[in-house]
Each structure stands twice: as structure tokens, then as C-alpha cells.
Design a protein around this ligand. Structure first.
Ligand SMILES: NC(=O)c1ccc[n+]([C@@H]2O[C@H](COP(=O)([O-])OP(=O)(O)OC[C@H]3O[C@@H](n4cnc5c(N)ncnc54)[C@H](O)[C@@H]3O)[C@@H](O)[C@H]2O)c1
Length: 329
């Protein structure tokens, strides 16, 4: 049990009604499912801009699940009691936020403001899913929460990085000025079933290509690293933070670091594919190294990832193969 866990009666399953913004997205839909499995009620608020109804299709008839089709950039209200606001709504994959930079900044600005107002007005705990992108292209390695980052404020990724940095600052301001009970989860790359195969992130891209027998497109020389966290671990980390009293940012990610070249080989091995690997131009400002220091998460949340890359990739490949949604290849 974490030493920052809430006392009995306020922790764990007492968050009886949770609002999940971005609940129809990749991480959000897994989070909604985990909350329902724990006995909580869920109001999922999503405008389906990068998420999909299909991610929550199995939840729509659940008696403790409500879907609210709304853009959180506009003020929104949720009737009755709210115990927890889990704020995920924001485009999160590079092709998505390159396509909608203003919407991404507005999600972090107006959207985070509206989600924080809901928490303030209902007395709910508020947890935002921030990102390792707040560290930018980091100059220290691995990244600890007290590292301030190396972000290009006018680069192509700025719409996302600065959106999240602003969100964090706004979260802290609501805590200071209004006493809102807040938490900040800094997620590092998460992967798993229900990612869109066209969302441009590396795991679905490689899997889609390998299953279709197409070349795997590795950016740059493939020596850049990522640390990939299976979605069930990510969700467990978010919930551990939500059920704690922790107020400082907490890295939620898997410290196991892998180069993109190794990942491509891994995916080919697991799919049994024989596609060649093609090296393509890297995205501008693509971070070279990413690896979380999860000392704080271990200490204050008693959390660490449990799913090995091998097992997580196997599950994800199986889900993609089942979905068989290869028409866009
Ligand atoms: N998946 C990761 O690896 C990762 C890493 C770091 C941080 N995060 C953060 O976790 C959260 C979820 O990411 P994801 O990977 O599930 O992305 P996603 O794109 O699958 O989900 C985001 C969801 O938010 C919704 N949304 C976007 N703008 C909205 C708006 N204005 N109003 C209402 N709904 C809106 C989308 O429709 C989508 O369902 C994001 O905040 C992201 O920044 C994710």
C-alpha cells in the first residue's frame, strides 16, 4: 500500500462516479473499462475527433456507463455527483496533432480549463494525462519528474508539447488558487489493442505493415529509442494516481528502452513476417531517447509495469490480426 494512498473510505472504489474526457480514445476506452470493472460509474465525454465509437461499443449498453458526445473546448456540464475527473481528451499521435495543431492547443487550454472547472465545481479529484513530450528532446537520461525539459516552442511538435505544458501549469494554478485536488500523470509511449492502425504511432504502424507483408518504415537510422508501456500497465498507473493523494507529476511508463530498429525486428519475429525494413526521413524534432525514471511512481504509488514487451506485442498483434482492418494499407 502506498504511503500516499487515501485513508480507507476515500481510496480505491470510493470514486463512485468518474468523468473520463477522451474516453473513446485508445487509453481512455481501456480506462473506462477498468473503472467499470472496479464497480465505478463512468461518464465518457468525447467528440470522436481521434477516438472512435467502436472502442466503447461494448460499453454503450452498460448501466453504469454514459457517453456524452461533446467537445470539451466548449463549457460542458455533468449532472449529479462527480468524484473523479480523468482528463485525457487531446489529440495524441503526431499525424493527428500535425493535422489539427489549433485544436490540440485548444484541448490543452480551453479543454483543460473546462475539465478543471468541473472538478472545482463538483469537489472531484482531477487527474490529467500529460506526456513525456513535456521533456521535449531530453538532455538528461533517463527523465525524472524534476527535469524541466528541452522543448522547441515554435517547432512542429510545439502544439502538443506546449498544450500539455500549459495544461500542467493550469492544473497547478487550479490547485493553488481554488484548492482543487489534482494529480498529473506523465505517460510515456503506451501501446496495445484498440489503437487505430492509421494513427501513425510506431507500434500500430509496424504491426499493420508486417501483417500486410509491406516494408516496415523506420524513421531516421532507427537508433532512436522509446520505452513502450502496455496499456493495462498504463491504466493501472493512472488509477493508482487517481486513488492516491499525490499532487506532484508522476512518470507512468516502462523503463525498458528499445531502439526502433530492434522494435521492427521484434514485430517481424512475432508476426512471422519477412518484410524488408525501409529507412525513411525522421520527423522534425523527433526525440532521440526516451526512458522514464519511475522511482517516484514506485515510491508513492507502489506501481511499476508488469507486462513484458514480448507479451504486450503478442496481445496487440493478435488484436490487430483479429480486427483485420487492413483496407487502408
Ligand atoms: N498513448 C500514449 O502513448 C500517450 C503518451 C503520452 C500521453 N498520452 C495522453 O493520454 C491521453 C490519451 O491518449 P490516446 O493515446 O488514447 O489518444 P487518442 O487520440 O486515442 O485519444 C484521445 C481522445 O480524446 C478525444 N478528444 C480529442 N479532443 C477532444 C475534444 N476537444 N473534446 C472531446 N474529446 C476530444 C478524441 O476523440 C479521442 O477519443 C492524451 O491526453 C495523450 O496526450 C498518451
Amino acid at each position: 500500500m502506498s504511503h500516499t494512498a487515501r485513508p480507507e473510505g476515500l481510496s480505491g472504489h470510493t470514486a463512485k462516479r468518474a468523468v473520463v474526457t477522451g474516453g473513446a480514445g485508445f487509453v481512455g476506452s481501456h480506462l473506462c473499462r477498468a473503472l467499470l470493472a472496479a464497480g465505478d460509474s463512468v461518464v465518457c465525454v468525447d467528440n470522436l475527433s481521434t477516438g472512435r465509437l467502436r472502442n466503447i461499443a461494448d460499453l454503450l449498453d452498460h448501466r453504469r456507463f454514459t457517453f456524452l458526445d461533446a467537445d470539451i473546448v466548449e463549457p460542458f456540464s455533468v449532472s449529479d455527483q462527480v468524484d473523479l475527473v480523468l482528463h485525457l481528451a487531446c489529440p495524441a499521435s503526431p499525424p493527428d496533432y500535425f493535422r489539427m495543431p489549433v485544436a490540440t492547443l485548444r484541448a490543452g487550454g480551453h479543454g483543460t480549463y473546462n475539465a478543471l472547472c468541473l472538478a472545482r465545481d463538483t469537489g472531484a479529484r482531477f487527474v490529467i494525462t500529460s506526456t513525456s513530450e513535456v521533456y521535449g528532446d531530453p538532455l538528461v537520461h533517463p527523465q525524472r519528474e524534476d527535469y524541466w525539459g528541452n522543448v522547441n516552442p515554435v517547432g512542429p511538435r510545439a502544439c502538443y508539447d506546449e498544450s500539455k505544458r500549459f495544461s500542467e501549469a493550469l492544473t497547478v494554478a487550479f490547485r493553488d488558487e481554488y484548492g482543487v485536488d489534482t494529480g498529473i500523470a506523465r505517460l510515456f509511449n503506451s501501446y496495445g489493442p484498440d489503437m487505430r492502425d492509421d494513427d501513425g504511432r510506431v507500434v500500430p504502424t509496424f504491426i499493420k505493415q508486417a501483417l500486410a507483408g509491406k516494408p516496415l518504415t523506420v524513421m531516421g537510422d532507427g537508433s532512436q529509442t522509446r520505452s513502450l508501456c502496455y496499456v493495462s500497465d498504463t491504466v493501472r498507473g493512472i488509477l493508482a494516481l487517481a486513488r492516491s493523494c499525490e499532487t506532484s507529476p508522476v512518470n507512468i511508463g516502462n523503463p525498458h528502452e528499445i531502439t526502433m530498429r530492434e522494435l521492427a525486428e521484434y514485430v517481424l519475429g512475432l508476426t512471422g513476417g519477412h518484410s524488408p525494413v525501409h529507412y525513411v526521413e525522421a520527423r522534425p524534432d523527433d526525440p532521440q531517447r526516451r526512458r522514464p525514471d519511475i522511482g517516484r511512481a514506485r515510491r508513492v504509488l507502489d506501481w511499476e509495469p508488469e507486462v513484458r514487451l514480448f507479451d504486450g506485442l503478442k496481445e496487440t498483434i493478435a488484436a490487430f490480426a483479429l480486427a483485420g482492418d487492413l483496407s487502408a494499407v
